[in-house]
Design a binder for this molecule. Structure first.
Ligand code: TPP
Ligand code: SF4
Ligand code: MG
Length: 304
């Protein structure tokens, strides 16, 4: 598939801050910066639903809060159901302009919250569901989730017993529900992320945004490398930036420059991959290449 000649970028990032400066998150936390961008795009008329995850802590204990908008803290597995309820209540009150934003980790989305999420998106409930994916249960001590990449170190997949299963394709699962909008985003591309949140806000029905979210303690990476890491994830095609409308129209939003970079450049900055052999890295490269080809085909098929 041919790369488009121009990629229209929108560097306009709203100045208004809806998160307070300073929070209890670790330095270099991608989840914190992602929330900052998401709220900049969505505005103050937003209600955030947070199931158990690092963000339950980052948001702060009542009556303190690191956000200027209302937060509903809820049980680990219930973000989809609770967001449906809040959305229905707003509907009854005639408040059509308020955005409901579910904000959950990968454990709360790929694993324990999947049933409630699937039910909610199948009913096409009107909310934006974000999975900030740091690829493990970080808040409770870096346990493996079904979002953990193949062969990555976690405390429950130590180097001698690495994870042998591939990462679950959550965007494909969401798109299979034929929801109006599913997309990927990450903090190295704030203009793309903000454009996606704005687009999601403009659509009625279920929207899902999958954010790759660097986590220095869990990834065993330098806090100062978080933005670089997510840029490398996109440029190496480990985490392509794309969107899927109504389960079928696939658009790639950011094209890797000059064909991209090898996955080894992304992996080598993270201690969780330090044990990988050359063969394992080659196997990851082959898998990434296969996934990229599959994505290209889907994008090509949806071209008019
Ligand atoms: C039913 C239930 N089981 C386990 C827990 C404990 N728990 C709280 S947060 C968490 C990890 C969440 O992982 P994830 O959703 O990936 O978010 P992260 O911590 O990585 O931000 C766990 C296991 C809980 N609160 N409720
Ligand atoms: S453990 Fe990871 S996800 Fe949690 S606050 Fe720290 S950097 Fe963020
Ligand atoms: Mg997690």
């Amino acid at each position: 598939m041919r790369e488009p000649k121009t990629y229209a970028r929108n560097y306009e990032i709203p100045e208004e801050e809806l998160t307070y400066s300073g929070s209890v998150s670790c330095p270099g936390c991608g989840a914190t910066l992602s929330m900052r961008y998401a709220l900049k795009a969505l505005g103050s008329n937003t209600i955030v639903v947070i199931p158990a995850c690092c963000w339950s802590i980052i948001a702060g204990p009542f009556p303190y809060s690191s956000l200027t908008v209302p937060i509903f803290h809820t049980a680990f597995e219930t973000a989809g159901a609770v967001s449906s309820g809040i959305s229905a209540a707003l509907d009854v009150l005639g408040k059509k302009d308020t955005t409901v934003l579910a904000w959950a980790g990968d454990g709360g989305t790929f694993d324990i919250g999947l049933q409630a999420l699937s039910g909610a998106v199948e009913r096409n409930e009107d909310f934006i569901y974000v999975c900030y994916d740091n690829e493990a249960y970080m808040n409770t001590g870096i346990q493996r989730s079904s979002a953990t990449p193949w062969m990555a170190w976690t405390t429950t997949t130590p180097v001698r017993h690495p994870k042998e299963e591939p990462k679950k394709d959550i965007v494909a699962i969401m798109a299979a529900h034929r929801i109006p909008y599913a997309a990927t985003a990450t903090v190295a591309y704030p203009d793309d992320m903000i454009a996606k949140f704005r687009k999601a806000k403009s659509i009625r029905g279920a929207k899902f945004i999958h954010i790759l979210s660097p986590c220095p303690p869990g990834w065993k990476s330098e806090a100062s490398d978080s933005i670089k890491l997510t840029r490398l994830a996109v440029q190496s095609k480990v985490f392509p930036l794309y969107e899927i409308e109504h389960g079928e129209k696939v658009t790639i939003n950011v094209w890797p420059k000059d064909g991209g970079v090898p996955v080894s450049e992304y992996l080598r900055l993270q201690g969780r991959f330090r044990h990988l052999s050359e063969d394992a890295i080659a196997a990851i490269q082959a898998e990434v290449d296969r996934n990229w080809e599959r994505l290209l085909k889907k994008a090509e098929m949806s071209m008019p």
